[in-house]
Design a protein around this ligand. Sequence first.
Ligand SMILES: [Zn+2]
Ligand SMILES: [Zn+2]
Length: 267
Amino acid sequence: MRAEELRARHPFAAEVLTLYLALLEVQEEAWSAVCESPPHPGELPRWAAARVLPAVVEATVAEGPAALREAVRSRIAGADHDGLAGWLAGAELDPVDRYLARASLAPVLEALGERAGTACAPGPGGDGGLLCPCCGGPPQLSYLAASGESLVSGGRSLLCARCGSSWSCSRSVCPACGETDEARLAVYAERWEGPVSGNGKGHGDARPVFPHLRIAGCSTCSRYLIEIDMERDARAVPEVDELAALPLDLYAADEGLTKVTPNLMGF
Ligand SMILES: [Zn+2]
Ligand SMILES: [Zn+2]
């Protein structure tokens, strides 16, 4: 499994990937439960608070990083459907509430597929195809399909941070603000010494840790997201590899960039 492989290879990502794996079991169960007997979209927060959240709390207390474990332990499981409703509505939540809501609701929305949209409020903005056409959520990451793989070969897709669906997006647009001036779209790829500004192509004898990952940033809005190039690593699983990209997140923060939206683990 990709998360296990990356965890073994990248100790800095071990904590988040261990938790990811623990959550995966909980989420697969939730996904199956929804497929079997889908809750009404209006009932999602209550349903997920009762059916998924307790197991998310349990998995987090067992396998989460220490700080998150402590924070979650102090919440009363099952009494928190307000946080879940807020997350669906696109409200600003504190990091722990956001984590609990997302971990509990993401598999539910994913299982609902197209019906997920009716349970969610569209995000702010919303023009130019930068938000998820299914639920109005922001993109978590960008990925480039391997060429020859499908109809969208070599094309760029964005993956929704809320419902997990993908949609296609031009390579030469900032997914946060719609900037199309390529001079303002900065791509940071990584070199052996650490990430440096570049064109995302090879760097001679440098051996990057993540040759298939890069920071797609924008100097107009100072936002970025991680971009996964499936052409360079066909085994990549975008949402898993994005969690392992911590060094790139740290580098982006140093450059004054803010991620379009933090991932499940808050990075
Ligand atoms: Zn979505
Ligand atoms: Zn921008």
